[in-house]
Design a binder for this molecule. Structure first.
Ligand SMILES: N[C@@H](CCC(=O)N[C@@H](CS)C(=O)NCC(=O)O)C(=O)O
Length: 202
């Protein structure tokens, strides 16, 4: 399998963390690329019409996206404990938590694009503030649900850890730890894992 990815992408990081935690890493070759909403990337567009990464090229010839689909696909390939719970009693709460974390990373990414890619004269402060509001509300909700981030590794923990890692990487000035002590504890614990250490964005 091949993973089209960029080291700074929190979504691609989820794949690499999950692959590492489930023993699949050795079966995935990493294809580095760079994507921006305003730059044509033929390789990515050919695999994903949305022009977004990550994309997983499977041994069966499928090009899978987005990160949630790839994670669930990879989770079906190993014999270790699953990161996607099958039991409805935990499945939907876990997936919702993962979606919250992914949405937070998406809002943070849009802030990054607005500030770092859009020409300064077109930047829209209210729009940035709107995205930051999503990030802040997601942090409050994640902090309230931090109890759910304990126990064996699951997809929610992976998604939350990668999203918080992205805030540290691109929005450090948010200082999310100052208002989220339970998340801070979770992140200190989870980010010490080899899978997280090996994928930290630089
Ligand atoms: N929901 C998607 C989000 C993927 C995404 O936004 N990736 C960014 C890189 S971190 C991207 O490809 N941006 C290029 C673009 O928006 O055109 C997923 O979970 O994979």
């Amino acid at each position: 399998m091949q993973l089209i990815h960029a080291a700074a992408s929190p979504f691609a990081r989820k794949i690499r963390v999950l692959a590492s935690e489930t023993g699949l890493l050795q079966h995935i070759a990493l294809l580095d690329t760079a994507v921006l909403p305003v730059t044509l990337n033929e390789q990515v567009n050919a695999a994903n019409p949305l022009g977004k990464i990550p994309v997983l090229l499977t041994d069966d010839g499928l090009a899978l996206f987005d990160s949630r689909v790839i994670c669930e696909y990879l989770d079906s390939l190993h014999d270790r404990p699953r990161l996607f719970p099958a039991d409805p009693a935990t499945r939907w709460a876990t997936l919702r938590l993962a979606a919250l974390a992914d949405g937070m990373a998406e809002a943070a990414l849009l802030v990054r694009y607005e500030r770092g890619v859009r020409p300064a004269e077109y930047q829209w402060d209210e729009w940035i503030e709107g995205q930051l509001g999503k990030v802040r509300r997601a942090l409050v909700a994640l902090e309230e649900q931090a109890d759910a981030l304990q126990g064996p590794v699951d997809i929610a923990q992976v998604a939350v850890a990668c999203a918080l890692g992205y805030l540290d990487f691109r929005l450090a000035e948010l200082d999310w730890r100052s208002t989220a002590p339970a998340l801070e504890q979770f992140q200190a614990r989870f980010s010490a894992r080899e899978s997280m250490q090996a994928t930290a964005p630089k």
